[in-house]
Design a protein. Structure first.
Lengths: 353, 353
């Protein structure tokens, strides 16, 4: 089992984390290495293993508890493991998304033996795959008490910015029906693809809303992500289905978002296929204010859906803050700027020490 | 090898033809039975075998030559061979499409030993499959002289009506381009599916033309037969392709039809994928007039594409006339009314004897 030195330079620790492959579902070795390192090098923490996840927390009886969470899985390796340094950057699979964040949290787990707030660390599995496999979901079911906190910080790549809350996402299939006929006698049919014009017109002319919440500007979007129709080269199609993805600001809850989309496509057959509510930024929480003061940064809206929404659903304000670069996530050339790792450690130490 | 009695009742001959399975590509046994019967029972004909096709003709030095052609292949059998009689109808795979027509022609081949016009009979293979396998195409390449005629009659099912010429058909892919983006930041993209609205609008508002030629009314159609676009559930699609089928009256040739479609979709990327020109009815030809007089029927336009277009391309007027029911073609319950077989024999005998 690889040895991890949590108290060493967090940049070296990030490289060591990258060097232990941990594609989703195969995080066992990395989880064991982290568990062993935490037990040996952070005796002030209570440690709990959960599948391929590792949990650790202080139990100091502080008024507030801050939870720091990072997924330890990566997308499939693309010839970019082990890590390498080049031009002052640290390259490798997961370096940005999000072993840089994991390294910051693991270092602080060992370094902060007397923090201002109680701390919970969650290093979890299977964030990069279907939601049903997500390690946080399993932890919520099996170790619900471990997720209690006044503020959750996810170490997802944000280039060191604070991204608050997240937008929700839902998908619907909008079906248009017609009547099949041989295309040589097309007047006997009713072309469902032609009729889908009305659906596309509503999409093309849709005015997406922008909303400001807690100083964060959210920007919605209603987009066809798929269209399909057709039976054969000589048949008037009797069905056309447009799959639409609605990204909605967190001032709409799940029911309101669905209602809105059904109104937009009034008159068509609308089937909901996927729905993940968003998360309000929750920056009114004192612990969140303290954290913002420590970073000195203006928070911005998180537009993509992230696991902060899981914490929001539990009533816990949550935000994304990590040293990785979101634009490099999942790329072959994934890398991280070591200065952002060092900066994140400094910011969080200022907040938590 | 099954024995075929060409001079027996043509209804019994039709049943005998149905009883020899001849799914496309597997017409060898039926072709051999027909060849043997023609050689033995129609000594006035010169007989030529070509693959799974059989050709036969008189060489009487008449002024005019009439060609009677029927495909002997069928679609796959659906528990409907051998033939059976039920309620006065003859049931079985290929009974309508088009062994009824074949029976009429094979009967007349043996019965008419001193016809008014020279006669050519073509019993050919692989009409029900891809055009490239069509037996008439092979005969055109290898025995071009056998297709010479002043009028060609195809025995395709028309319920005893005369259907003249045929419409052409072409297919184009109309592509709409956009720019990919994550659907959480859709304003960075340009949704190709939304933009396809303009293509569908042109289809939905297209005014299809009707044209009368030689007393036959052709009715055009421009129909989307397929639409496809989409990359993933969270991606703004950068491409949407609409496949369009244009059925065009035979007063447009292939080039004019293509030009028209390109004009309809002006501004979009149009790729021609398939083009079969139509055939003018050619009813001005004296032999065609004689045939119409014998039937006593008003000719109507053939809207679907058929092998008459192959003859038209060779400069030979061609029409469809057969005892089968086109609405039963390719169905499990395929059957034919024996009275229409008898009527077709009478009509053609009146015309040719």
């Amino acid at each position: 089992m690889p040895h991890l030195d949590l108290l060493a330079d967090p940049v070296d620790l990030c490289a060591a984390l990258v060097d232990v492959p941990s594609v989703s579902g195969e995080e066992g070795e990395l989880a064991s290495a982290l568990e062993a390192a935490l037990r040996a090098q952070a005796p002030h923490l209570r440690v709990q293993r959960s599948g391929h996840a590792v949990l650790a927390r202080t139990e100091l009886g502080r008024d507030k508890r801050v939870l720091l969470a990072g997924h330890i899985d990566t997308v499939p390796i693309a010839g970019n493991v082990p890590s390498r340094r080049d031009g002052g950057l640290l390259h490798g699979c997961g370096s940005s998304d999000m072993k840089a964040g994991d390294a910051v949290f693991a270092h602080l787990a060992a370094a902060l033996d007397d923090p201002r707030h109680d701390l919970t660390f969650v290093f979890y599995d299977c964030e990069e795959v279907e939601a049903v496999r997500n390690g946080l979901g399993r932890i919520e079911r099996e170790h619900r008490d471990w997720l209690a906190a006044d503020l959750a910080i996810l170490g997802e790549p944000t280039n060191g910015a604070v991204e608050a809350g997240c937008q929700g996402t839902l998908r619907v299939d909008v079906a248009v029906r017609g009547r099949r006929a041989h295309s040589a006698r097309s007047w006997l049919g009713d072309n469902a693809v032609h009729k889908a014009e009305a659906v596309l017109r509503r999409l093309a002319t849709y005015a997406a809303r922008e909303v400001e919440i807690d100083g964060c500007r959210y920007r919605e979007g209603l987009q066809a992500v798929r269209i399909a129709g057709g039976v054969a080269g000589n048949v008037v199609p009797d069905e056309c289905v447009v799959t639409v993805n609605f990204r909605f600001a967190p001032d709409r809850d799940a029911a309101a978002a669905e209602k809105h989309v059904r109104e937009v496509f009034d008159g068509f057959e609308v089937t909901l296929t996927d729905l993940s509510p968003g998360a309000l930024p929750g920056l009114g929480e004192p612990a969140a204010q303290e954290f913002l003061a420590a970073t000195g940064a203006e928070p911005t809206a998180k537009l993509g859906w992230t696991d902060v929404a899981r914490f929001a659903a539990l009533g816990i304000p949550a935000l994304n803050y990590g040293p990785g670069d979101p634009n490099l996530a999942h790329t072959r050339d994934e890398h991280v700027d070591p200065r952002l790792i060092t900066e994140a450690v400094d910011v969080l130490r200022r907040f938590l020490a």
